[in-house]
Write a protein that binds this ligand. Structure first.
Ligand code: 1GP
Length: 251
């Protein structure tokens, strides 16, 4: 089970590091060297998904990822059409920060039978969109208001409600390419207040930032955008060491 793999990784390394692969943003010829490099650098797995798939064939993309690596490929769905059996699991997201019923339960009703049919492991995840500067794709597509970034108490109460509803992960999302990542103070408030692991992603562009998020209580760090520029690949190891707080002494 991938959820157990994540818990074991967190327990062994202090936190887990996942890289987001967006089929629209990485070319097929770069996929192989990128994934191999991630493996060498100690990345713990991949989220696969995107808000919009214009050109790419998502299914063959996931199949390709799984041909290359034994690391988990977890679907991070941008829509109900992004459910494919080649993946190891799927984040079964509910946008609990918003009040849009379509993204709280509507899409989930459509996706659940497909997930069952494809025998994918669903990981129930309370998805919380956090204000991060300018309007993000996640905010726009969810058609809901983000949680104000200076309101850690709202974030903490929302996360606890998600936990009481049975969700097994809380995802604090600043949005891909966000101007500002989720504030440390908010991560601390949420992780002190609830007991399920907290994922933090969006706008993390330096290993030190990733480390601060882990020190504030994040148990899984996600980066995506930053490694779309090949010039940054040499920093993957630094990110990995920064996140794996139990294994590294310096960043
Ligand atoms: C987006 O949290 C992820 O959903 C990753 O964000 O692309 O900004 O790293 P970035």
């Amino acid at each position: 089970m991938i959820y157990d793999y994540l818990l074991n990784t967190i327990s062994a390394k202090g936190a887990a590091y996942l890289i987001l692969l967006d089929p629209e943003r990485i070319s097929k010829d770069k996929l192989f060297p990128f994934i191999r490099h991630c493996e060498k650098c100690g990345v713990d797995g991949f989220l696969v998904g995107g808000s919009l798939i214009l050109d790419g064939d998502f299914e063959s993309f996931i199949e390709k990822v799984k041909e290359i690596t034994n690391l988990p490929a977890i679907i991070f769905p941008g829509g109900v059409e992004q459910v494919f059996e080649a993946a190891d699991a799927i984040l079964f997201l509910s946008v609990v920060s918003g009040r849009n019923p379509e993204h709280l339960i509507g899409k989930q009703v459509l996706a659940a039978p497909v997930i069952k049919k494809k025998k994918l492991e669903p990981i129930p995840t309370g998805y919380m969109i956090i204000e991060s500067g300018s309007l993000t794709t996640a905010e726009y597509f969810s058609n809901s208001l983000p949680i104000p970034r200076n309101k850690p108490d709202i974030a903490a109460a929302t996360a606890l409600a998600a936990e009481y509803l049975g969700m097994k992960l809380i995802y604090l999302e600043a949005g891909s390419g966000a101007d500002n990542p989720v504030p440390n103070e908010m991560i601390k408030a949420v992780s002190d207040y609830c007991s399920v692991p907290v994922i933090v992603g969006g706008g993390i562009k330096a290993p030190q930032t990733a480390r601060e998020k882990v020190e504030s209580g994040a148990k899984i760090i996600v980066t995506g955008n930053f490694f779309e520029d090949e010039a940054n690949w040499n920093l993957i190891k630094n990110f990995s060491e920064a996140v794996h707080i139990k294994q590294s002494i310096t960043v």
